[in-house]
Ligand binder design. Structure first.
Ligand code: PRP
Length: 208
């Protein structure tokens, strides 16, 4: 059996569609239930629904052989996993945003609010920019509005959240998409099965 951690939610459902189209269906997963584990013995796969930010933990520790995680999580936590395939789904970008009209003064410490503290530290560290990191867990857009920070480092997908809060994205740090990841030992032990899955998924991925 290859154990696969799927990110719970809208992206996870699209990812499951991709597995299904690739010949790894598990029809019971479509039934509306609170079950978290689904198995297709003949296809040799077992799927779990996992909180998206936890997928890499399951894979790194070997509770799952494969998983699907956003590049944002992989950059932020640098889990010891193999990144096997860009699924070209869940496309968005990590960006710096601020209130409209904000002018950065390079002589002053920049106050940066974010969930992604490692990504932000690396981005500004590479520019030798002095920053004060403010770690928040959500609704990051509030920080510059309330004067808690000068800028935010956050995910921008459609841009609606920024627009509706009168913020503007003025630098893109990195494009983000969903990636297929593998446990390192599992990749060796289940090489044939995992390779077959990767080949089948590649045939269905649409790079757009
Ligand atoms: C993410 C991100 C932005 C929003 C961007 O938040 O932090 O707030 O999506 O999407 P948009 O550009 O399409 O508006 P999420 O919904 O994950 O909630 P959060 O506030 O808990 O981070």
């Amino acid at each position: 059996m290859v154990n696969i951690a799927l990110p719970k939610g809208r992206l996870g459902e699209k990812v499951y569609d991709l597995f299904e189209a690739s010949g790894y269906a598990c029809p019971s997963i479509r039934e509306n239930s609170r079950k978290l584990i689904f198995e297709n013995e003949s296809a040799g796969v077992r799927f779990f629904w996992v909180k998206p930010s936890d997928v890499a933990i399951y894979v790194e520790r070997g509770a799952a052989d494969l998983g699907v995680a956003g590049k944002d999580i992989l950059l932020e936590y640098a889990p010891q996993v193999y990144e096997l395939l860009d699924l070209h789904m869940g496309n968005c970008r990590m960006a710096v945003a601020s209130k409209r009209g904000f002018r950065d003064n390079p002589d002053k410490t920049l106050r940066v609010a974010t969930k992604f503290t490692n990504i932000a530290k690396k981005y500004y560290g590479d520019q030798c920019r002095d920053i004060d990191i403010i770690h928040l867990n959500g609704s990051i857009e509030l920080a510059p509005i309330l004067g808690l920070s000068d800028v935010i480092v956050d995910i921008v997908e459609t841009g609606t959240t920024l627009k509706e809060n009168d913020l503007v994205a003025y630098e893109t740090i990195v494009p983000i998409s969903a990636r297929l990841i593998s446990n390192k030992a599992g990749y060796q032990f289940k090489y044939a099965e995992i390779s077959a899955i990767v080949t089948a998924l590649k045939g269905q991925v649409n790079p757009g």
